[in-house]
Design a binder for this molecule. Structure first.
Ligand SMILES: Nc1ncnc2c1ncn2[C@@H]1O[C@H](COP(=O)(O)OP(=O)(O)OP(=O)(O)O)[C@@H](O)[C@H]1O
Ligand SMILES: [Mg+2]
Length: 505
């Protein structure tokens, strides 16, 4: 009883520790790791695999101890009654161990398969839930249900194969157990007849042997548990052993705060085999504004993510304040950067919490100031709950533009030396965009600002504008200079001007 609670508690604690480690590890891994992983698969590792490991360390260890104690006690008593008969009784055991070993190897494979199928199923649930509006909009319910059923059937089938084998294992073990009893009845019966063994001892002996049957079956079950546990531990270790490609510098430079002078020197980057940046060299003076324009997939987002080291950067390619980016402590670097990613993400919390996420413990005044600059304040004030409005699943759904401005406010409140806006206002109309950008101009001050946009109207006031195509800078200069060059930028500008004129009619 006592051993039970202690062990099961220990198992829970171990599970807790592993889960903690897993999560901490996940946060150190860079985007390339997540890009290759489906969320559902990761979730399944966190839930099922962890449970399997817990079962192994809890029930598994508990029962193996109980079984061992029983084995030792029963065998000792049997040997005292009749050593030769004990020898006969345990004769089938090696055979049994051999059979169980063979079966458990196959159990290992089947369990792993079933866990993988479950992971796939979890992914499917996750995807289907988030894609529900899309599925409906395209009337693809039947297809979605069909493919889900398929995943579900495969999981069931893999579970059936596990159950089949398990169903087979127990009778085989019971039969080998019965074989022992049969031998004892034959040999022991003879001994009783010839008077070597008293009838009482013979009956007692059989009783002890019967005591061994249950732990032996238990042993099979524990083997099963350990197979599952081992398979799961392997899947967890895969995460725990993953090496983050972006790590703290071995010899960090002694900087506490960055000023925001940036230099790119032949910056290249590839996602696996796909080269995205093909040698970008650029000087961005402290306090200046850089605009980046370029067609979709040109590498703009990749470039700005590298400035925050969200992707690994090779030595010598990026320098900030003259220091190689790889030598700047990661927290110093990221604390100095206000980053508004292209796909803004809001937590399912209040708007206030989402904004102050940029700066822990910021007061209301700071929050509303940031929201004002981001052009968010007036709309939020009209919500019945104001800044206390819940966002997401349990709260209201913000419009695309509202979400974007919340992300901007979050970056502004951080008061960073470098502000990076990756296509921050794509979801608002050009007029509102201009209004917000004019507002922001008052905030920039001595900050280094980098704006990525498809709209030239958002970049016009930048000190330097670079046009990127296929990972290379194809044109650069101020707005006026680029119009003089009369290249792609100028053409894009004319197209967008025309579009605006048409729209304003
Ligand atoms: N995490 C990723 N893993 C693999 N490839 C990626 C990843 N992110 C982007 N890519 C690829 O890299 C290229 C550049 O993408 P990037 O997002 O940098 O373009 P972009 O210029 O920001 O485009 P957009 O204007 O659409 O935002 C694209 O071909 C894209 O498919
Ligand atoms: Mg982008």
């Amino acid at each position: 009883m006592f051993s039970r609670t202690t062990l099961l508690h220990a198992a829970r604690r171990i599970e807790y520790r592993i889960r903690d480690d897993l999560y901490a590890k996940l946060l150190t891994l860079d985007q390339s790791f997540f890009a290759g992983e489906r969320t559902g698969d990761l979730i399944s590792r966190f839930s099922n695999d962890l449970t399997n490991v817990r079962m192994l360390v809890g029930f598994g260890v508990l029962n193996i101890i109980n079984s061992l104690v029983l084995y030792i006690a029963a065998l000792a008593l049997m040997i005292r009654l009749s050593p030769t008969l004990t020898l006969y009784a345990v004769l089938p055991f090696p055979a049994m161990i051999f059979v169980v070993k063979r079966m458990s190897a196959s159990m290992f494979r089947r369990s792993k398969r079933s866990q993988e199928e479950l992971a796939r199923l979890t992914s499917a649930v996750e995807e289907n839930v988030s894609a529900a509006p899309l599925i409906k909009a395209y009337c693809r319910e039947a297809a979605a249900i069909g493919s889900f059923r398929e995943a579900s059937e495969r999981y069931m089938a893999s579970n059936m194969r596990v159950a089949q084998l398990r169903g087979f294992m127990i009778p085989v073990m019971a039969a080998t157990g019965a074989l022992g009893t049969l031998i004892v009845l034959l040999v022991g019966g003879g001994k009783v007849v010839s008077g070597v063994l008293t009838l009482g001892d013979f009956v007692a002996f059989n009783g002890y042997l019967a005591m061994l049957i249950w732990p032996t079956i238990m042993l099979g079950w524990i083997l099963n548990l350990s197979q599952r546990g081992a398979a799961s531990m392997e899947r967890l270790n895969w995460i725990l052993a993953a090496v983050p490609r972006v790590s703290e510098p071995a010899e960090p430079a002694a900087v506490a705060k960055l000023q925001g002078e940036i230099e790119l020197c032949n910056l290249v980057f590839a996602y696996g085999a796909e080269t995205v940046l093909r040698g970008i060299s650029l000087k961005i003076a402290r306090g200046s504004r850089l605009g980046i324009v370029g067609p979709i997939g040109a590498g703009k987002s990749t470039l700005v993510r590298m400035l925050a080291r969200l992707h690994p950067v090779e030595d010598g390619m990026i320098r900030i304040d003259g220091i190689d980016i790889n030598r700047i402590p990661i927290t110093t670097l990221r604390n100095s950067i206000g980053f508004v990613p292209q796909e803004g993400f809001l937590f399912s919390r209040t708007i206030a919490e989402n904004v102050t996420y940029g700066r822990e413990g910021a007061n209301n005044e700071k929050m509303t100031a940031a929201a004002r600059m981001a052009g968010l304040h007036d709309e939020v004030s009209r919500f019945p709950d104001g800044y206390e409005t819940l966002v997401g699943e349990r709260g209201i759904t913000l419009s695309g533009g509202q979400k974007q401005r919340t992300s901007i406010a979050r970056a502004l409140i951080k008061d960073p030396a470098i502000l990076i806006l990756d296509d921050p206002l794509s979801a608002v109309d050009a007029h509102t965009e201009e209004e917000i950008l004019t507002n922001l101009a008052g905030y920039y001050g001595s900050r280094t600002v980098i704006i990525v946009s498809h709209r030239i109207s958002a970049l016009r006031d930048c000190d330097l504008i670079v046009a990127i195509e296929d990972g290379r800078i194809v044109e650069q200069g101020s707005h006026v200079r680029l119009l003089e060059i009369d290249g792609r930028y100028a053409q894009l500008y004319r197209e967008q001007q025309l579009l605006r004129e048409i729209e304003s009619y």
